[in-house]
Design a protein around this ligand. Structure first.
Ligand SMILES: Nc1ncnc2c1ncn2[C@@H]1O[C@H](COP(=O)(O)OP(=O)(O)OP(=O)(O)O)[C@@H](O)[C@H]1O
Length: 263
């Protein structure tokens, strides 16, 4: 596999003047931003700011009106979502990536098979690939689902389904991980498991992680950097404390009066 640009500290992903218009509405407006391997960047902003649309443009669910997406220095703007995934862009999709009628183990197995380009044939001679079995077991341990390996994905509680999605993403071993509100809809006791998984990925120093998240306590804890989108425009970019404290963010995102102004 091409390892160019995957070392911690090098730019792995970049958007240049990325823009999409829906009719007269500019949902993402000329966003230029570079993301480095080994960092976790939180993307925040009010509802409708363009965060999910920005994600869709990066992962290929939407095609930009103008601008580019570069992965390890290569322009991938023209590629379909599946080709971007094969190139190393991994996005967790809420529940849509699971095969509900297959077991937890079978879901991971198919993700591993597709990563090895062995196809999605359920009847593939799995026992010929002992390393894949070992890897599937590791993934299930990591996402704390080893004891549920034989349960159908559809029968899992919501929190476990979200863990399985992260497991499938790990099985694909992308260089970029994209999470859009990974803890949404989870119970209080399920949230720490997902955060631990993201923390674990962060510890693997060559991964680039993008996280759309509304919960500021999660952002504060996990992010090395925050970018703020507002009306589709990149409004702030920097270290978490500085961005959160900036008057422009306090006013536009947190809905507070700018510093020095009466409430
Ligand atoms: N397919 C589409 N067609 C038309 N308008 C769209 C489309 N997708 C998004 N938009 C508009 O683009 C803007 C940005 O939406 P987006 O979902 O990206 O915001 P967001 O920051 O992710 O919001 P939230 O935090 O509520 O999820 C919104 O005004 C939305 O209505």
């Amino acid at each position: 596999m091409d390892t160019a640009g995957k070392k911690a500290g090098t730019v792995s992903l970049e958007t240049r003047d990325l823009t999409i218009r829906f009719g007269g509405h500019v949902a993402v407006n000329s966003v230029s931003c570079a993301f480095k391997a080994g960092t976790l960047t939180a993307i925040v902003g009010p509802n409708g700011a363009g965060k999910t649309t920005y994600f869709n443009l990066i992962s290929g669910q939407l095609t930009a009106s103008t601008g580019q997406v570069l992965l390890h220095g290569k322009d991938i703007s023209h590629l379909q979502a599946s080709a971007r995934m094969h190139a190393g862009l991994g996005r967790a999709f809420q529940l849509t990536s699971l095969f509900p009628r297959l077991t937890v183990l079978e879901n991971v197995r198919l993700a591993l098979q597709s990563r090895r380009e062995l196809g999605l044939d359920m009847w593939h001679i799995w026992s010929d690939h002992k390393d894949l079995i070992t890897r599937a077991e590791e993934v299930l341990e990591t996402v704390a689902l080893a004891n549920k390996r034989n349960i159908y994905a559809a029968a899992l509680p919501h929190g476990d389904q979200r863990k399985l999605e992260v497991g499938l993403l790990m099985a694909l071993d992308p260089s970029i991980y994209m999470f859009d509100e990974p803890t949404a809809g989870m119970s209080v006791d399920e949230v720490p498991v997902i955060l631990d998984l993201i923390r674990g990925l962060k510890a693997k120093s060559d991964k680039t992680i993008l996280l759309v998240e509304h919960k500021m306590d999660v952002v504060r804890e996990l992010a090395d950097r925050i970018i703020v989108l507002h009306n589709g425009t990149l409004m702030a970019d920097g270290e978490p404390e500085a961005v959160i404290a900036s008057p422009v963010v306090q006013q536009a995102y947190l809905g507070l009066a700018p510093v020095g102004e009466a409430a």
